[in-house]
Design a protein around this ligand. Structure first.
Ligand code: NAP
Length: 292
């Protein structure tokens, strides 16, 4: 059943395109309007069933929308939100899917007109692929979406955005933007940085083919550096704290190896294995994705 009359999605890449496809498949909006900078992206989005109408004109696209979803790279979200909100009608809702939240939410809560309600969001689903060609109507199946309300967030708008995402994902979680950035720095942003570091630090050239373990560990290093450098910088303090914590474990492990302390090494690996086993796998949940 439609939650919104007209949903406008700004940015039709992996996330925005997948969202459009999922919304249309589930009839969550009577009409999905897509905004992109390139006409070729709009044509592909239309062909792939992600949008009903496409335009490069942001102002026209948001004018009659009940919900505007910003799904562009993080660094563009704030200025696009400001431009969109200036044209959105009173009572409409603006949300985003950016992977780092505090900087966006803090800025927009101060900058946006009161007539437009803003609700920060982040679906925890994605992959190392980019663009509309990688979009999938199933991307959000079995995943979670984090919404990041603050004391200033309209409860009515929050309830509507939560209802929208509830129809697309398994579970909607509410967190403060600060808590979101702290948690994601450790379990999503740090693994990406570790994967990139591993690729830089290790030589696989003497082997004809990289071992599967190396490919598994470093798949996310194929992600778009342009998308990720912004996320790391936007969540810099939490990233540095997560890196320090990782470093403490890394150094302890080095000391264990130096001492050739097999009991300590075994304990370390056993505790980590139990923790990992308890997490299950993406396949167990029927989706193939990683978080950002
Ligand atoms: P993507 O596949 O690279 O798509 C981004 C799209 O935004 C591009 O297709 C681009 O299309 C469009 N775009 C860029 N600047 C624009 C502008 N000024 N106006 C309109 N459209 C613009 O990236 P993505 O992976 O979907 O990521 C988008 C957002 O989702 C990011 O904020 C990211 O942090 C968040 N996110 C990503 C994942 C993930 O796993 N990928 C997961 C959760 C959240 P044109 O070049 O045609 O304009």
């Amino acid at each position: 059943m439609a939650v919104f009359n007209r949903v406008t999605i700004v940015g039709l890449g992996l996330i925005g395109g997948s969202l459009g496809m999922a919304v249309r498949r589930r009839h969550l909006a009577r009409e999905v309007v897509g905004v992109s900078r390139r006409a070729s992206t709009l044509r592909r989005a239309k062909r792939r069933g992600a949008i009903d109408i496409g335009t490069t004109d942001l102002r026209r696209a948001v004018r009659d929308a009940d919900l505007v979803v910003l799904a562009t790279p993080v660094e563009d979200i704030v200025h696009l939100a400001e431009r969109a909100a200036a044209r959105m009608r009173s009572g409409s809702i603006l949300t985003d899917v950016g992977s780092a939240k505090a900087a966006i939410v803090n800025r927009l809560e101060r900058a946006l007109p009161r007539s437009v309600a803003f609700v920060g969001g982040h679906p925890i689903a994605g992959s190392d692929a980019q663009g509309i060609n990688a979009a999938s109507a199933q991307l959000f199946d079995g995943s979670i979406c984090i919404l990041t309300p603050t004391s200033r967030t309209s409860r009515v708008a929050l309830a509507r955005v939560a209802r929208f995402w509830n129809a697309l994902v398994d579970q909607v979680l509410l967190m403060s933007p600060r808590q979101h950035d702290h948690v994601l720095a450790g379990c999503s942003h740090l693994p990406h940085l570790v994967a990139w570091t591993l690729v830089r630090a290790v030589t696989v050239a003497p082997l004809a083919r990289a071992p599967q373990s190396f490919l598994d560990m470093t798949r996310i290093a194929k992600s778009d550096p342009e998308l990720w450098d912004e996320i790391f910088l936007s969540n810099r303090a939490n990233m540095l704290a997560a890196m320090r914590r990782f470093d403490r474990y890394w150094r302890a492990l080095q000391a264990t190896l130096r001492r050739a302390d097999r009991a300590a090494l075994h304990r370390f690996l056993t505790v980590a294995k139990a923790k990992r086993d308890a997490l299950g796998d993406a396949d167990d949940r029927g989706w193939q994705a990683d978080d950002r």
